[in-house]
Design a protein around this ligand. Sequence first.
Ligand SMILES: C[S@@+](CC[C@H](N)C(=O)[O-])C[C@H]1O[C@@H](n2cnc3c(N)ncnc32)[C@H](O)[C@@H]1O
Length: 281
Amino acid sequence: MTLRDDDAFREWQKQAWTDRGEGWDRRADEMEEMSKRFNDPLLDLAGIERGMIVLDLASGAGEPALSAARRVGVAGQVLATDFAPAMMAGIRRRAKAAGLSNIGFEVADAESLPYPVASFDRVTCRFGLMFFPNPAQALKEALRVLKPKGRAAFMVWGPLADNALFSLTMAAAIETLMPEEEEFLTQPFTLGLPGTLHGLMQEAGFADVEEKSIQVKSRAPGDRPFWRANLDMMLGRRYAEASDAQKQALEEAIRRQLEAYREGDDYRLPVHVRYAAGTKP
Ligand SMILES: C[S@@+](CC[C@H](N)C(=O)[O-])C[C@H]1O[C@@H](n2cnc3c(N)ncnc32)[C@H](O)[C@@H]1O
């Protein structure tokens, strides 16, 4: 499937995320620790404080909406949105388990938000923008629903080559399971070059735009198939329904490529995420 800005592609993509919902819900809790490390910089950059009304776009299984709800407290409110209801099973479950009463859930396409002008103090979006067929339109929508002086912050993956776990699991998946979906699988990295987010936000009309990055080497255990969470979440049903032989070929390809990152008993895998935030004039 070729990436493009039309209704047929949107429908195809919605189905692809619907198929992944179960895997994201299953893996959401184990991702929590990693999530925290990258969420706070996003919430800081957005300037989220107690009492604010926040819109989170493409919330999926819950972040950063859940962290934002904790930060704004009971005097504030977070509205978590996603265009694929199945992806929101995790956030509903986790919000309930955490006893959060200041978070709501709605189905909404980030490119055509069903909210009036100037409804929110802040807009956040983690790992969503690069999936929208028309990110510029989504940024315009974020600007429209923000109150004057309100701020929006977006987080995306850096370049694929700087994100080893993805680059090697994607390469293995393309090699062994779904060669026809290379473009879709590499879509998460399309806004990762320095300056890309900054430029898009400025063009959309945001002021005081700032962009920053975090690059770390993440430790991964040598004695556990930690990459299965990634496969579950990114390949969804395609992975669940693969034959045992296909899964074995996929895992062999991953193990082979992981060796380049071995340090003693473990692996050290580069991770690169980028953030940009801007203010509504
Ligand atoms: C990689 S997940 C990110 C989920 C969550 N924010 C996180 O970081 O864990 C991408 C999400 O974008 C959603 N999405 C993709 N296109 C969308 C659109 N046009 N409008 C709203 N959500 C969309 C998908 O359904 C999916 O839940």
